[in-house]
Design a protein around this ligand. Sequence first.
Ligand SMILES: NC(=O)C1=CN([C@@H]2O[C@H](COP(=O)(O)OP(=O)(O)OC[C@H]3O[C@@H](n4cnc5c(N)ncnc54)[C@H](O)[C@@H]3O)[C@@H](O)[C@H]2O)C=CC1
Ligand SMILES: CC(C)CC(=O)C(=O)O
Ligand SMILES: [Mg+2]
Length: 360
Amino acid sequence: MSEVKKIAVIAGDGIGPEVVAEAEKVLKVTEEIFGYVFETEHALFGGIAIDERGTPLPKDTLEICRSADAVLLGAVGGPKWDNNPKELRPETGLLGIRKALGLFSNLRPAVVFDCLKDASTLKPEVLEGTDLMVVRELTGGIYFGEKLRRQGEFGEEAVDTCVYNVMEVERIVRQAFEIAGKRRKKLASVDKANVLETSRLWREVVNKLAPEYPDVEVEHILVDNCAMQLLRRPSSFDVIVTENMFGDILSDEAAMLTGSIGMLASASMGEGSYGLFEPVHGSAPDIAGQGLANPIATILSVALMFRMTFGYEDAAAAIEAAVAEVLDAGHRTSDIAVDKSKAISTTEMGDLIVAAIRKA
Ligand SMILES: NC(=O)C1=CN([C@@H]2O[C@H](COP(=O)(O)OP(=O)(O)OC[C@H]3O[C@@H](n4cnc5c(N)ncnc54)[C@H](O)[C@@H]3O)[C@@H](O)[C@H]2O)C=CC1
Ligand SMILES: CC(C)CC(=O)C(=O)O
Ligand SMILES: [Mg+2]
């Protein structure tokens, strides 16, 4: 019997439970077809944990994640909690779990499916061949810096502080170089070095490490230019490495290359193979509870888990092939449908992908 792999499952808020339910169907069919064994343990997290336990990140949830081999997360957040004090916001729990688990490296692949080119707002010829990976520093920068309010010369002021140290930059840049070395050997380092001191440190570190990776071509690009070039020449990008906030923004922009943020998976890793796997998107309160959510981002996050944490390349490839097969057959959730009248539901998309895995 295959070794039991423990997966902490966090559904979260909004569409989180809907898309995680589809991903759990994929876990089950993988056990059936490939003989792998998963022990899942659900944990409360985010807004629902605030409501039920008075904190977005209960201690037992962190323990469940720490004792697992990997974490599958849906999404957290919603208008209900937006005006809470900082410590009672779901997003604080998200930043907290990333920091607590040492997950400094957020990998966000964006690959254009040929059959989905018409789902993008960009011209098909511009999208041709787009296959990029955003490597986002995930536990530093302005999201984790000091935040305060104070009385200034002109009334109340708010302050957000951005800090990066050499160690934080080196470890994410090294990962990005190594990833680029296994891909098309091009690394675009994105910063705002013409203004920000943290970006000047970032660029110095990239330049210091570059000689260790002579086969990787390095491009330094300012974040505003990169945001524009992502729409102008997306297929020219291989690996993008950048700090936390820029990566957050650019990876959502990359969603439009693929047709929808409902297509974007992610892996949050530390130095080892342990990881937290979640869709790039959020809890989508505007469509929650309507069966509209595209589960593919979460299902492809399971494929990333199989590949990066468990080494189950066969199962990872089977999931990715099943997603491609279902999309090639013309099945679309509303976010990627040209003819919305033909759109299928979250559960129908999940069932079709499971059937395609089973049939393979
Ligand atoms: N990792 C996480 O848990 C994240 C949580 N959030 C939280 O989510 C909440 C909503 O944030 P938004 O800015 O609206 O971002 P969002 O990513 O939840 O939604 C942005 C837009 O994309 C659509 N969308 C998102 N996922 C989709 C899917 N799977 N299928 C189809 N359409 C999808 C939504 O309907 C919405 O129109 C906020 O509370 C935010 O803080 C936002 C990003 C990440
Ligand atoms: C709380 C936010 C940083 C979540 C988010 O937007 C993300 O991780 O992409
Ligand atoms: Mg984001």
